[in-house]
Design a protein around this ligand. Structure first.
Ligand SMILES: Cc1cc2nc3c(=O)[nH]c(=O)nc-3n(C[C@H](O)[C@H](O)[C@H](O)COP(=O)(O)OP(=O)(O)OC[C@H]3O[C@@H](n4cnc5c(N)ncnc54)[C@H](O)[C@@H]3O)c2cc1C
Ligand code: FES
Ligand code: FES
Length: 1855
């Protein structure tokens, strides 16, 4: 019963046009159109045709419905105009998304005709909206939208549109379930699917009298589908099947919770309850009580059935009369909010009830829930404990405790029946109803929110008084809630003041509300904690300003009299007022040179049409073929869904299906595989393991150096090592994919021992985990120049200009992993055939498949045949990453002697396939401040290579070879090292290495430009550094030689067209004006900023050999074979033109036409050794080989032609000679003039006649000239706008100019340019592969991984190919277009940087160096942009200027960039310094410090005051202003000997003393509630059976422990919510009051107000086992959990009562004792040499870092400093200098090589540092303990930093 419509369709041999690319509603490739009986009547509109995701739609739910698939609206011949436009306008590249696109658009055309019968109501925006759930990875969407628009543009015949509508007419819904059979009569081939007999009508609830009578279906296995018609029936079914699964649209169950569903289905074999749940399904979709709607004009209430879909609600709201709403703003806000929920396809099926129920039962981050909360909706609920329907406020109901779904005991689970909304408040008069909703997400469409909010306020416009507010926030991993405290804080501003309306909108009120919000919310999400909190502050700020603005607008009488109603400044309106709507692709233009179309009328009518209609400029100097814009899908098969992909190949009889058993660990030795449960599952055929492999268990195909190649096992053998998470361990083969997948989940893997994985670049560098693949480039002497520059920079005074012109700069660049995300996942179909093996593989390298399969089978290569017709996208991942899958399928086929199909689901594909290499680079630059010339660059670059070499040499080498990009830098020194980690192997991806190279070098150029000031724009700096040209326009130099694995020789920078491109684009894109406009915009808008940037590309392309075979048949038709693979790049569309051109040279009257040319599948039996389809040049190479083969054919035919002509002429007139017949070389391209008398077909027939018996199968191998590398050039301009408050970005404009040489097929090349650019946008702006520090991919699907969608496209997009007829290197003067244009997207990243700079200028002030001191890693997600803008809460003010207190910013842990541990001297110093660098810093030490900070108090040592004065006198003033300086020591710190070592002084604001209850309360808000519980049950150190704890009593020990676990870990505890609270504890313990640990530990000191934090360590038996660190912060306890993956014996760490004062040695001994029987833990603790405590700490830290928080850089100070001392055994406190030194050193860790600048910003002369370094007193102190080199390192700043870098291991996802 769980069969989806998609599974059903794809199981039909002729219905495979409907694709499956994700199976979770995230891509739209599976879209079909369904129609329900009677249609949907919403208001005045009837929607008959619904485009939905067939992958989410249960087949059974369509009983009685009609379904239209792409097959039902085939090609032009059948009247489908839309498909024809798709193929005509080149809107299909790989074509995998195309059927889905066509279906989505068709539904809209068919439905929306109500607006305008002629369809003219369609706008680009409305068409784009219908595609907001359809993903295309190839095209850049522009041609798709063009194709849609072409049907409705006034120039086109409207008849075409009517065609589309007509096509859908046959969707005649049936009135009764039985009638659906009539749909089947035509058979599924006609694209209208009906429901099969075998699922129909048994045990009907009612005897199926009518569809609406309710029914039940039963399948062969006895699983049932109930579709009751009313609630009575529903309860009756549920009464009989209490465990049944209840669903409605099924988008939640199969989409949002797909993994859970699959897990459930698998476990159903073992769990009776789950089996029951899955065998009975009850659908709510026809329940009458859940349908319909009504609107009461009198009361303003809208009543909606919970069974309505989101689309229906949207329609409904849109159709209500204007006066149904308080204002049109309310209506627009609701519509705009709902339009951003999922995509159209999901909205068409997902219901309100389903969405809300998920919010209730699973804490789903619902947008609807928050919206309803803000609208103060009420819901009707029935069931559960209630016996009758009840009306409840939505938020009340939501927060009432969880509903447990499908629980037997709650058979009467809650059902939401109706939702009631008041859209208009009854009181009008003076009250104004203000409503706004907000959300921020990674992507504009189909992307769930990071946080959302819906705010409503009632304002008395007469008085300006705020009467009422409702602030609802959500998407925080917990139920949406009303921020009651915040509402109070805001309203209090109103209520407590005399002049009410004045205070409601004052800065103080805003601050109070923001602070209250900050204290009130604690997102339950483990990720992006701080960002989410910041977002909510931003939303509140926006709303605050919006309401203020509205009051001003609505209350003219108040304007002059009150401050509150002063106008909002225009600058601030940028926060309050929604920006002008971004309309993607509103203005597009594609330009290329028109060639010789009119002379080749026979090419095709479409080409002709296209050429005529294109916005071509005229060129015309090469008036011959090819150079013709022949669209890629010129045969239209892709658009019609007829194109066959590997997963569509019809299965042979007896085919079985396979699924992997994946490793649950990232690293470890596989001890056993328990397969019994899997084998027992019905339908399982075999479980294949490494032992079954007949040949070599190695699928590696690496061209790297031999020492880098490690085996890439097909399956990890028993006793073998797993090297990455999800690595295949075995293959389950079953009678269906579903059976195989379920069974695979039942296989249990057992491991020996435990190892921590190496995940990040930091990990790998620390462990020296190298791949053996490295490269370097060198020119001149960079080191010397850099040394000179550094000296000059430091000694000179740049401002006075006395110090020379050389300047020095350092920086760091980081980019993350990018997934290929081709739409067709990896797939292989292996068919054994008389000792041979036929493999269909979705590949870019059939030869590699052949080689690997032969190796694995242990057979010769000639027994393996590999075939492929086309791949649904590849982008590099199908060069080698498909090999293991082909090998696995082949082994299974061989063992089982039957065909085996292996198709990876999306999650498995993403887990196994790896990605583009993550990169980290440190650079140093010397530049000339007068000329802007870069004098020297030195770079150290690391790439994360994953577990094996694979193709890592490619990015490594390409990065080296392209690092300099377009710039001639005389002194250059770069090294690139690939690191080995426990991740799936990184592999080649479009532009491998080059996009990283561009990012590094353009960041350098940008940073230099920023430091040069206003007399140089970044573009000028770029231009002056270009390769110089000689008088012939050639670059004067060669590119650098890389000396790594490929030893690529230096390539001359020839045909250097970049300066021309640069100048052209500067003027065509209006760079100067655009920049000016952006400046003006930025000046006028405080919270929205624009950035404009232009960047070049220089890309080295290499050519490799290629073969082709051309066969001519007697009818004149031609079949071409070549070694390239069609992966969407249009290789055939180029090759066809080349073949036409070459064959035309035969000189006949009617040369072959396009329709006479066919391309055969790529096939290793026919074209062996074809190599890789890669490096962008395969099309050129194929063209060259085809040209050569055709030439051979022509050469063979020409003598015959001459003979035939002669015969003919002789026959006609013996007197005639050959002269004047046309074969004299005067024809096009040197060919002969057409003969007047011989046709092509005639010639071929004669050649194949018995008499001639000519061989017309011509084969050619084309080889490039030696060193035939060439450079590609282009430039891109991007203009972006960011929302500073959310970090969201829109691409306003993109202008691209690319030199394609003489393009063979301009329309195909343009498509490549656009598609590549968009893929680059994904890399730079939104595609973030999140990998946890345990190596587990956190984003294995469309829910978390977001490639760009149509709404993300630029609004203005102009793309042009350079007219360049002078390139004489490539084939027919053409150049590659597949990869180089991707690099143009660097311009978007740089534009974002510029916008961020504009935002930072507002904060730091013009001229401040802090403006440019920030790092923006790729992808620049909204979170990163927001952080880089440094727009934290303290900066949200009403005057639009930076808040004074920004550095302090009431910082709870989660608000800051850098958490500074230790609110002492060093901490304060550091906080200021960091703030000046633009990083927000929070001071944290203990609960006490938290309290202080949150209350505006700061504890500071006397030394601290000195430091503050030294650093920034304003700081001391600030503190003095804040409170009374109380010199009385109120607390103290004692060292281990009990000596008082430190006294604190306190600033106390207005002498307010804060009761503990408040502190507890505030902490409870800072720390997720579940994590705080008081230890009232604590009674010493009891050793329980399963839980004993060591308590670190005093500060030094605490600090030690903190270091041990890593303070960053400590903080992440706060953020991540990992701690399970034992049953029955939680709130109850939280309320039980605070335990003063000091009182327990030191009874004499019980009165101390600041108890020290206590850290405890617990290891608890669990499955899997876990490690806990428990940090007691005064009254609260925070647990830190560490998972140890293997089951182990329970052990606990337990000092006996009174052992609290364990020294480190004691602790260690204790731990050793306790863990000696636990092998898993051994390596962490016992195996570490005792002396090397720091290493031990690091080991701990590394394991614990797996849970460290993303993005947080933590500086250890204060306690950490103590810890350092303790580690050294000194026990002394840090002093000002060394604490400061340490702080700054560690700050340097956070901000990279800008460390020195920390001193500069802090105005600490560097000389002081030197002084500290040579301070003999401290030296002596440290030297006393020479056994610890750390002591000395403390004194040596440089080496300390270096050392820290060595040890540092940052979370992988940052890489
Ligand atoms: C790709 C994708 C993107 C999405 N993006 C967003 C987004 O951005 N924002 C957002 O808010 N949502 C988003 N969603 C969620 C989507 O809105 C919900 O999946 C949908 O509304 C659920 O409705 P359904 O009828 O399909 O529920 P089902 O999947 O059928 O059911 C879900 C649960 O609700 C229960 N249920 C259904 N109806 C009722 C009822 N009337 N009373 C009680 N229980 C009921 C079912 O028993 C089940 O437990 C997205 C979903 C997908 C697949
Ligand atoms: S396959 Fe259905 S949405 Fe992706
Ligand atoms: S053409 Fe759209 S995904 Fe390939």
């Amino acid at each position: 019963m769980s069969m989806s419509l998609n599974d059903y369709l794809r199981a039909q041999p002729f219905l495979r046009g409907t694709k499956n690319a994700c199976g979770e509603g995230g891509c739209g490739a599976c879209a079909v159109i369904i129609s329900r009986p009677g249609g949907q009547n919403i208001g005045s509109c009837t929607n008959n045709c619904l485009a939905v995701n067939s992958c989410l739609r249960p087949l059974a739910s369509l009983h009685g419905w009609s379904v239209k698939t792409i097959e039902g609206i085939r090609h032009k011949s059948q009247g489908a105009a839309l498909q024809q436009q798709f193929s005509r306008l080149n809107a299909s590249q790989c074509g995998f998304c195309t059927p889905g696109m066509v279906m989505s658009l068709s539904a809209q055309f068919a439905n929306d005709k109500g607006v305008d019968t002629k369809g003219r109501a369609f706008t680009k925006a409305s068409l784009a909206r219908s595609l907001d759930g359809n993903l295309c990875r190839c095209t850049g969407y522009r041609p798709i939208l063009d194709a849609a628009e072409s049907l409705v543009s006034p120039e086109e015949s409207i008849a075409d549109l009517e065609d589309v509508v007509e096509q859908l007419k046959c969707l005649k819904p049936t009135s009764c379930a039985h009638d659906s059979r009539s749909d089947r009569e035509g058979g599924p081939q006609n694209g209208s699917a009906g429901i099969q007999d075998d699922v129909c009508d048994s045990a009907a609830l009612n005897s199926c009298a009518s569809h609406f009578e309710g029914f039940c279906l039963e399948d062969k296995e006895g699983a049932r589908w109930y579709q009751p018609r009313d609630l009575a029936q529903f309860w009756s079914v549920l009464g009989r099947h209490p465990a049944a699964t209840v669903l409605c649209g099924n988008t939640g169950r199969s989409g949002v919770y797909k993994q859970d569903k699959e897990e459930d289905l698998a476990l159903a074999a073992l769990d009776e309850n789950l089996a029951l749940a899955n065998s009975v399904m009850v659908s709510l979709q026809d329940v009458v009580e859940l349908q319909g709607h009504s609107w009461d004009a009198a009361t303003g209430w809208l009543d909606i059935g919970a069974g309505l879909t989101l689309s229906e609600l949207l329609l409904l709201v849109g159709n209500l009369p204007e006066d149904a709403f308080s204002s049109h703003v309310l209506r627009d806000t609701i519509i705009s909010h709902l339009s951003r929920v999922a995509g159209t396809l999901v909205r068409n099926a997902g219901t309100l009830g389903g969405n809300l129920y998920m919010a209730k039962s699973k804490n789903f981050d619902s947008d609807l829930s928050t919206l309803l909360g803000g609208l103060e909706a009420v819901v009707h609920v029935v069931g559960g404990p209630r016996q009758k329907e009840e009306e409840l406020s939505w938020l009340e109901y939501l927060n009432q405790g969880n509903a447990h779904e499908n629980n037997v005991e709650t058979a009467r689970r809650d059902i939401l029946t109706r939702i009631r909304l008041r859209l208009k408040t009854p009181h009008t008069g003076t009250l104004s109803d203000v409503f706004q909703s907000y959300r921020a997400a990674l992507r504009k469409g189909n992307s769930h929110a990071f946080a959302n909010a819906a705010f409503r306020a009632s304002v008395n416009v007469a008085t300006g008084k705020l009467e009422n507010i409702c602030l609802c926030i959500g998407a925080l991993g917990m139920p949406a809630l009303r921020a009651i405290e915040t509402e109070k804080a805001w309203l209090q501003g109103s209520a407590e003041s005399v002049a009410v309306h004045e205070d409601a909108f004052e800065q103080a009120t805003l601050e109070a509300a923001l602070l209250a919000l900050r204290m009130e919310i604690a997102p339950a999400h483990k990720t992006r904690y701080r960002y989410r909190v910041d977002l909510l502050s931003s939303f509140l700020y926006k709303f605050f300003l919006y309401v203020k603005d509205r009051v001003f607008q609505a209350s003219p009488s108040l304007r002059s009299s009150t401050a509150a109603t002063s106008p909002l400044s225009a600058r601030l309106r940028s926060a309050a007022i929604a920006p002008e709507k971004h309309v993607a692709l509103a203005d597009t233009e594609q330009t290329y040179t028109r060639r010789w179309m009119e002379k080749v009328p026979q090419v095709s009518r479409d080409v002709q049409n296209d050429a005529n209609s294109s916005s071509s400029t005229s060129g015309g100097q090469n008036d011959h073929l090819p150079h013709v814009p022949l669209p890629k899908d010129y045969q239209g098969f892709q658009a019609s869904g007829e194109a066959e992909y590997v997963s569509d190949v019809l299965e042979r009889e007896g085919t079985v299906y396979a699924a992997y058993v994946k490793s649950p660990r990232s690293v470890g030795v596989l001890a056993d595989l328990r397969t019994a449960a899997a084998k027992a599952l019905p339908g399982v055929v075999y479980v294949l393991t490494a032992a079954d492999i007949p040949g070599s268990n190695d699928s590696a195909f690496s061209l790297g150096p031999p020492d880098s190649v490690a085996p890439d096992t097909v399956f990890v053998p028993l006793g073998g090592r797993v090297l990455f998470h999800s690595q295949p361990l075995a293959l389950v083969v079953g009678i269906s994919s579903e059976v195989a997948r379920r069974a695979a989940k039942l296989v249990e893997a057992v491991f020996e021992g435990f190892e921590a994985p190496i995940v990040s670049i930091g990990d790998a560098r620390e462990a020296r985990s190298l791949m053996g693949i490295r490269d370097c480039v060198k020119r001149g002497d960079a080191s010397s120049v850099l040394a000179a520059a550094r000296l000059e920079h430091e000694n000179g005074d740049p401002e006075s200009g006395l110090g020379g012109e050389l300047r020095f700069m350092e920086g760091k660049v980081r980019a993350g992993f990018q997934k290929h995300f081709y739409l067709e996942t990896h797939t292989a179909y292996a068919i054994p055939d008389e000792g041979r093996m036929l493999i269909y593989s979705s590949t870019q390298a059939p030869q590699a498949v052949q080689e690997v399969v032969a190796r694995v089978l242990g057979t010769p290569m000639n027994t393996v045949q590999v075939k492929m017709r086309r791949a649904g996208g590849a982008f590099g991942a199908k060069a080698t990453r498909n090999l293991p899958h082909a090998a696995a399928a082949a082994v299974a086929a061989k063992v089982l002697r039957r065909p085996v199909r292996l198709t990876l689901d999306r999650a498995t594909d993403m887990q196994l396939t790896g990605s583009r290499h993550a990169m980290e680079a440190d650079y140093a630059v010397a530049y000339n401040s007068a000329t802007g010339l870069i004098e020297a660059v030195k770079c150290e670059i690391w790439l994360n290579g994953g577990f094996c070499a694979d193709l890592s040499f490619t990015p490594c080498h390409d990065l080296a070879a392209n690092l300099e990009q377009a710039y001639f830098i005389p002194n250059f020194d770069a090294s690139i090292e690939v690191l080995r980690t426990n991740l799936p192997t990184s592999t080649a991806m479009r532009g491998p290495g080059v996009v990283q190279a561009s990012f590094i070098i353009e960041s350098i150029l940008d940073n230099v430009a920023a430091r040069l000031g206003s007399h140089f724009t970044p573009e000028e700096v770029r231009r002056v550094n270009f390769f110089r040209q000689d008088e012939k326009g050639e670059g004067a130099s060669s590119s650098m030689m890389s000396t790594g694995c490929l030893h690529m020789p230096a390539t001359p920078v020839s045909h250097f067209t970049l300066p021309i491109i640069w100048n052209k684009l500067t003027s065509s894109a209006n760079l100067e004006k655009r920049r000016e406009d952006a400046h003006s915009f930025n000046r006028a808008n405080r919270w929205r900023k624009r950035g404009v940037a232009m960047t070049p590309v220089k890309f080295l392309s290499s050519l490799m050999p290629m073969q082709a075979t051309v066969n001519a048949y007697p009818d004149g038709s031609i079949l071409i074979h070549h070694g390239g693979c069609e992966i969407g790049q249009g290789i055939h569309a180029k090759s066809a033109l080349v073949a036409l051109r070459a064959l035309a040279k035969v000189g006949v009257l009617a040369p072959p036409t396009l329709d006479m040319i066919q391309f055969a599948d790529t096939n290793t039996d026919i074209i062996p050794n074809g190599g890789f389809t890669a490096a962008s040049t395969t099309s050129e190479r194929a063209c060259a080989a085809i040209d050569a083969a055709c030439q051979e054919l022509v050469n063979r035919l020409k003598p015959l032609r001459d003979r035939l002509l002669r015969n003919k002429e002789n026959a006609l007139s013996p007197a005639n000679s050959l002269e004047g017949t046309g074969h004299d070389g005067d024809g096009p391209d040197g060919g002969d003039r057409p003969s007047p008398s011989i046709s092509w077909v005639e010639l071929i027939r004669s050649a194949l006649s018995f008499r001639e018996s000519m061989d017309l199968c011509c084969h050619a191998q084309w080889r490039p000239e030696p060193a035939s590398h060439y450079h590609n050039y282009g430039a891109g301009l991007s203009e972006v706008e960011i929302d500073v408050l959310t970090g969201e970005v829109v691409l306003r404009a993109a202008h691209l100019l690319y030199d394609c040489g003489k393009s063979i097929n301009p329309v195909v090349d343009l498509g490549q340019v656009e598609g590549a650019f968009v893929q680059g946008l994904g890399f730079f702006l939104m595609e973030e592969a999140l990998i946890a520090s345990d190596g587990v991919l956190q984003s294995p699907g469309t829910w978390d991984y977001k490639p760009p969608l149509l709404p993300d496209m630029p609004s203005e997009w102009k793309v042009a190919l350079l007219e360049n007829g002078n390139f004489d290197k490539g084939f027919l003067s053409s150049k590659a277009s597949g990869e180089p244009p991707l690099i143009l997207s660097t311009s978007a990243m740089m534009a974002v940087r510029h916008a961020v700079v504009a935002a930072r200028t507002e904060i730091f002030g013009v001229g401040s160096e802090a403006i440019n001191n920030f790092r923006l890693d790729a992808p620049a997600t909204p979170e990163r942009i927001h952080r880089a803008c440094a727009a934290s809460m303290g900066r949200l003010s009403l005057n639009g200027t930076a808040g004074e207190r920004a550095w302090l910013d009431e910082s709870p842990l989660h608000q800051v960039d850098v958490a500074v541990a230790g609110a002492g001297l060093g901490g304060l110093a550091l906080a200021i310094a960091l703030d000046k660098l633009g990083l927000s810093a929070g001071l944290f030490e203990r609960a006490a410090a938290l309290r202080d900070v949150s209350q505006g108090l700061v504890g500071v040592t006397p030394n601290g005051l000195r430091a503050l004065e030294l650093i920034d006198p304003r700081l001391k003033d600030f503190l003095m202003e804040r409170g009374k300086y109380n010199t009385e020591a109120f607390t103290k710190t004692v060292d281990e000997e009990g000596k008082i070592t430190e006294r604190y002084v306190q600033f106390e604001a207005n002498n307010v003393s804060i009761p503990w209850a408040d502190i507890q309360h505030s902490l409870a808000r800072l720390v997720p509630r579940s994590m705080i519980h008081c230890s009232h049950d604590f009674a010493g150190f009891d050793e329980c059976e399963d839980h004993v704890t060591i308590y670190f009593k005093n500060r030094v020990e605490t600090a030690r422990a903190a270091l041990l676990v890593g303070v960053d870990g400590l903080f992440s505890v706060v953020r991540k919510g990992l701690v399970p609270i034992p049953e029955g504890r939680g709130d109850e313990v939280c309320e039980s009051g605070h335990t003063n640990w000091n009182a327990i530990m030191n009874p004499g000191e019980a009165s101390l107000p600041y108890p020290h934090p206590v850290v405890s360590l617990t290891y608890q038996k669990e499955e899997p086992p876990r490690f806990f660190f428990m940090i007691e912060c005064g009254h609260g306890r925070i647990l830190w959990q560490v998972r140890v993956d293997d089951p182990g014996k329970a052990f606990t760490v337990a000092p006996k009562k009174g052992h609290g004062r364990l020294g480190l040695t004691g602790v260690k001994q204790r731990i050793l004792d306790l863990v000696k029987d636990v092998p898993d833990v051994q390596p962490y603790i016992a195996a570490t040499p005792e002396e090397n405590i720091f290493e031990r700490c690091l080991l701990f830290r590394k394991s614990l870092q797996r849970y460290s928080s993303p993005g947080r850089r933590v500086v250890l100070l204060g306690d950490a400093a103590h810890a350092m001392h303790s580690v050294r055994g000194q026990g002394a406190n840090m002093t000002f200098e060394d604490a400061h030194c340490l702080g700054l050193a560690l700050a340097a860790k956070g901000v990279g090589p800008a460390a020195v600048r920390v001193f500069e910003r802090a105005r600490i002369p560097r000389a002081n540092l030197v002084q500290w370094e040579s301070n003999t007193y401290y030296k002596r102190q440290f030297e006393k303990n020479t056994s610890h080199t750390w002591a000395l390192k403390f004194l040596n700043f440089q080496s300390y930093v270096a050392d820290f870098h060595k040890h540092e291991a940052l979370p992988a996802h940052l890489l």
